[in-house]
Design a protein around this ligand. Sequence first.
Ligand code: AP5
Ligand code: MG
Length: 191
Amino acid sequence: MFNLVIFGAPGSGKGTQSGNITEKYGFIHLSTGDLLRAEKKSGTALGEQIKTLIDAGNLVPDEIIQEMVKNFVHNNKNAKGFIFDGFPRTSSQAVWLDQMLEEANTKISLMLLLDVSEEELKKRILLRGEQSSRADDANEKIIENRIKVYNKQTAPIMDYYKEQNKYYRVDGKGKLDKVFENICTILQAFV
Ligand code: AP5
Ligand code: MG
C-alpha cells in the first residue's frame, strides 16, 4: 500500500496537486482541512469549537483531528493508497500516524514538500480569498498567522521524515503542470 504525506505551507498547492495525483493514480485524498470545514458546516457543538480555531488560523487539538483521521482510514479499508494532505501538522500527530498505520500493517512511503516562498503563498491565498468562502483566507493578518503556525508547529516535522529517509522536495512555484510533472517523477519510484 502506498501512503504519501503531501507537505507544505498554507497555499503551497497541497490540495490542488492531491487532486492531480488522485486522478492519475487512484489514491484516496484525505484533507484534514476539508474534514474540519465539513464538520464546521454541520453546526454541531464540535463544529462550533472547530470554527473559532480554524477561522483564526490556529490548529485544532491533536485528539480531535486524530479521531477524524482514524475514522476516515477505517471507512476506506479498500483504498490502494492515501494522500495525507494537511496531516500530520504537529510532531505528536506524526508519531501517532506512524503508530496508527503500523496497526493497519502499512506505513508512510514518502513525505513530499511543496516548497514555495512566503511572498508567493500570501499572493496566492489573497487571490483565492477574493472569491473563496474560507474565512481563513479573508485577510492578511489571518494568513500571516497561518504561516507563522506552520513555521513554528508544522515545519519541524520535516526533520522527523528526514531521519527516516522519507523526505523529498519539489519546487512548488511555477506552472501547475510543471509542478505535477516533477511530483510524478518522484512518485514513479514508489508506485
Ligand atoms: P488546510 O485546509 O489544510 O489549509 P492550509 O494548509 O492552510 O492550506 P490551503 O488549503 O490553503 O492550501 P494548499 O496547500 O492546499 O494549496 P491549494 O492547492 O489550495 O487547513 C485549514 C485549517 O484547518 C488549519 O489552519 C487548521 O486550523 C485546521 N487543520 C487542518 N489540518 C489540521 C491538523 N492536522 N491539525 C490541526 N488543525 C488542522 O492552493 C492555494 C491556491 O493557490 C489556490 O487558489 C490554487 O489554485 C493556487 N495554486 C496552487 N498551485 C499553484 C501554482 N503552481 N501556481 C499558481 N497558483 C497555484
Ligand atoms: Mg488545502
